[in-house]
Design a protein. Sequence first.
Length: 197
Amino acid sequence: MMLSSETSTPSIAKQKTQQSNNTANLSPKKNIKSLHELFLEILDAVLSCVIVAPCVIAYWRGTWELMGVLLFPRSMPLSALMSFLIGLSGHFIFTITQSCFRRYINPDKRRLTYYVISRIYTALFGIVCVNMWRGSWILCDWLTSADSLIIIAAVTLVSLMFLIATRTVRNLSAAPYAVTMDHKSDYFDVDTMFKIP
């Protein structure tokens, strides 16, 4: 005697009922988890926008002004060029030496050494970044007419086209709103275009 397909396998309606019952049992937990995740996302955004971003901006502004006082204050073009060179050479040095820092400054072996060196590293890298911005910004203003809408549009368009062509547009969303946390595993990593360590 052959069993009919109805008796050998549960009906599709029964399967759907069981699935909906299982889903209904998980829904309260899932809703609580999603509310918790939503709360954390909102808190993260608020902390990033209200605390971290203004602190980064204040640091950048203070460092920018300090460089204006320290680097050839009587010659804006020379001051800008010096800032640009500090930024360019500093970024190059930090990028080239990242593997050495990763290899020899290990938080699991020498925690205090790691903490001190990583904070000095960050302070110096911050100065380097601000100088790169400051030098580039002032040189752009000095070499182009900041009053000409055509020149401003051309510089912006050429820069944007280059970023699109090199697939690096995400760099536009940088500090202060692209927040990076201090994690020991990748503290000394400098992101480069091709991610070569």
